[in-house]
Design a protein around this ligand. Structure first.
Ligand code: 3PG
Ligand code: MG
Length: 708
């Protein structure tokens, strides 16, 4: 099911909604319009001055913000600012923006949704896709333009003729119905003819179709020119296309046959041979209808083609087809790049993981990130590769150094894999390549990727200093990434592998992480986020995003509580605690108001813990990131430990743990899973950035394109 939102409820928004009402492939999850009240929607959908359509729909208003139409459960919002609408929260994955106000990628990024389709030509370089013309070139772009109705009518036939017979030149006029940008009576504005009454006039008008057509058919740049006149009909337009083809022998009959035999006949192309007029084409779904009798074959490859189109309805059909194409692509591609579906028998496999684990005195204190990647490594090994090289980073070194070597992971890996692991201590260099060229097999671990500056500055170096990148590329035939914690980094081993011209994909951990975060972002249930820790500047953007999710409340604990000052109805701040002068002071004092500046607070107090438990009881989904006190301290970790034992008594909750120290507390107290659904994230910056709706460059890997 394609989960869609519609922004704007004018001519296009309405036609899209009407066409989707009985379409079982789609669920309309949210509709935003500032021009209508929820109780006016029924009448608005039932009557229309131009279209004749099936009124086979049943509208039930559920609440002030919810309505049900047939199988669609629609959240109705009324907001001018996209930033205030949480499309994802209502389940939308795709959004048709038909407001005409969101026509650049930057603007569309304000929409909190994975894919946006602009229903007008973009005002920047956003890619344009037209169903039946260049949808084969779609590679997962998040924000696209579907161009204009005229472009959707004209470019399919131009593409067909150019591919078959080569277009020498083309001049067109669209005799176009009026739109809501025009006026019934003259208005005071002498600068534009659009100010004149459309009732009384044929009005020369501009069209963006020329540049829009060439953006999808770049071969036609310089060969196509066009204009438009607006005429006094409220819908239904006619393109008058004068065209010269290089192939001088073809006839109008040949062109007609091409259309009739085309696989998209009756979908994108149609031919009319009756004596019809514009109103006969109203509420048709085909964007390019050749009027055979009105067209002229002038001989010698010259034609005047007359093409009808319903500039509202067929354009909306094209929008819907575009969304379907995007959906199909994105879904097949996701599974195409999933490790299970990538053959690697006898191939050299490189797998990037995130083994950036905590260490104290050179001892790894938490192996969770390593164990989380083991299933992917085992899957690779089960596919009988020639060899497997595991690559990772540790810390943020700027050059080779002993302290940041990743050699310490060799015995840990050997323990989990029960196989010897050879350490490639030279990192990415000729020696390593030469060694690998001698046909070795088995499992290797490559020295810290970040010893090479090319890893972290991949983008800057990609064109000139490509030596390291080239050598990294030579390490294998298949590149798998399962480093969820690093997905927000635009690094060579994460973002770069897509451009290696090798097979690539992602592993089990990335899949699992993204699925679980989506529970949080896309659920309609009651969410409680518990955010603790110490650094307010790290957590503030996260708190701000979480507090704006619908049905979501945030409890702020730990050291953050004292630093957070905003009053917000969805925010609850820890108010009492235990502390002292400093962490080594043995006198532990109960502090009934943490704004009291005399002592430092190191753990949550009894009242706040009780308040937190009440909040948990009243929530379905618990997201916890950051401990409630200083857990390195035996006494001050008790608040967090007590909280976990109270959580253990809960039933039927979805508990998502956001990595780091919180996760290390939980893994040692694993009773939680018995009566609840629990997911522990490997977390890190990637998780926080994803929750803040920033870009995850690594989403590139799963066919979900990046925005840039
Ligand atoms: C992490 O620890 O969050 C990841 O390994 C990413 O590390 P980085 O923040 O140094 O890129
Ligand atoms: Mg980090």
């Amino acid at each position: 099911m394609i989960k869609i939102g519609v922004n704007g409820f004018g001519r296009i928004g309405k036609c899209v909604i009407l066409q989707l009402l009985n379409n079982p492939l789609f669920e309309i999850c949210c509709l935003n319009s500032v021009n209508i009240q929820i109780n006016e929607i029924e009448e608005y959908l039932n009557y229309d001055s131009v279209h004749h359509y099936n009124k086979n729909f049943n509208i039930k208003i559920i609440s002030n913000t919810k309505l049900q139409i047939n199988h669609h459960n629609i959240e109705f919002t009324s907001d001018r600012d996209a930033k205030n609408i949480n499309w994802k929260q209502f389940g939308c994955e795709y959004l048709i923006d038909s407001t005409g106000s969101y026509l650049t990628t930057t603007r569309c990024l304000d929409h909190n949704v994975d894919y946006v389709i602009m229903s007008s030509p973009a005002k920047d370089k956003t890619k344009t896709f037209i169903y039946g013309v260049n949808t084969d070139d779609y590679t997962g772009e998040n924000i696209v333009s579907a161009s204009s109705c005229t472009t959707n009518a004209l470019s399919p036939i131009l593409r067909l003729l150019n591919n078959k017979y080569h277009i020498e030149n083309c001049v067109f006029t669209t005799i176009h119905a009026t739109t809501s940008s025009q006026y019934t009576v003259d208005i005071v504005n002498k600068k534009s003819r659009t100010s004149r009454s459309i009732f009384n006039n044929i009005i020369p008008h501009t069209t963006g179709a020329t540049s829009s057509v060439t953006s999808v058919l770049p071969n036609l740049i310089g060969k196509i020119h066009g204009t438009s006149v607006r005429v006094p009909v409220s819908n239904g337009s006619l393109l008058d296309v004068n065209i010269t083809l290089s192939n001088k022998n073809i006839t109008l009959q040949d062109i007609k046959n091409e259309l009739i035999e085309h696989p998209l006949f009756k979908i994108v192309y149609d031919v009319n041979e009756k004596n019809l007029v514009s109103c006969d084409f109203i509420t048709t779904t085909t964007p390019t209808i050749l009027d055979y009798n009105a067209s002229i074959d002038m001989g010698n490859g010259n034609f005047k083609l007359m093409i009808w189109y319903d500039n509202e309805w067929s354009y909306s059909s094209q929008l819907i087809r575009l969304v379907e194409t995007m959906f199909t692509y994105n879904n097949t591609i996701k599974s195409k790049y999933y490790i299970e579906n990538i053959p690697m028998e006898n191939e050299r496999v490189v797998c990037r993981v995130d083994f950036n684990v905590p260490k104290i005195n050179n001892i790894v204190t938490d192996e969770f990130r390593i164990t989380s990647a083991i299933p992917t490594i085992k899957t690779i090994l089960s596919k009988n590769p020639k060899y497997l090289i595991i690559t990772c980073h540790y810390g943020r070194p700027s050059a080779f150094n002993k302290t940041d070597s990743v050699e310490f992971m060799v015995p840990i890996l050997e323990k989990y894999l029960n196989m010897p692991v050879t350490f490639l201590h030279n990192g990415i260099c000729e020696e390593t390549i030469n060694y690998l060229n001698n046909n070795p097999s088995g499992i290797f671990l490559l020295e810290n990727l970040r010893f090479h500056k090319e890893e972290t500055s991949y983008e800057k170096n990609e064109d000139n200093n490509g030596k390291i990148i080239n050598m990294y590329n030579q390490l294998g035939d298949v590149f798998i990434c399962d480093a969820f914690g690093c997905l927000h980094r635009k690094h060579m081993s994460i973002y770069g592998i897509k451009y290696f011209n090798k097979k690539y994909g992602y592993g089990h951990l990335i899949k699992k992480e993204l699925e679980n975060i989506d529970i949080l972002l896309n659920s309609n249930k009651k969410i409680l986020s518990i955010i603790g820790g110490n650094k307010i500047q790290d957590k503030l953007p996260l708190i701000n995003s979480l507090k704006n999710i619908k049905n979501s409340r945030v409890f702020i604990g730990g050291g953050l509580a004292k630093q957070y000052h905003e009053n917000h109805p969805n925010i609850f701040i820890m108010n009492d605690g235990f502390g002292s002068n400093n962490l080594t002071d043995p006198n532990i004092i109960y502090i009934d108001n943490i704004k009291n500046p005399v002592y430092n607070i190191y753990d949550i107090g009894t009242n706040s813990l009780n308040e937190l438990i009440d909040l948990v009881n009243d929530s379905d989904i618990i997201f916890w990131n950051g401990t409630l006190g200083v857990i390195e301290h035996e006494i001050y970790k008790l608040g967090s430990i007590n909280f976990i034992s109270m959580l253990e008594k809960m039933k039927g909750k979805t508990i998502i743990i956001g990595g780091g120290e919180t996760a290390s507390l939980i893994t040692k107290n694993n009773k939680l899973c018995e009566n609840n659904y629990m997911y522990i994230s490997t977390g890190g910056g990637a998780l926080l950035e994803y929750l803040q709706n920033k870009i995850l460059y690594g989403k590139n890997l799963i066919g979900l394109h990046i925005y840039t």
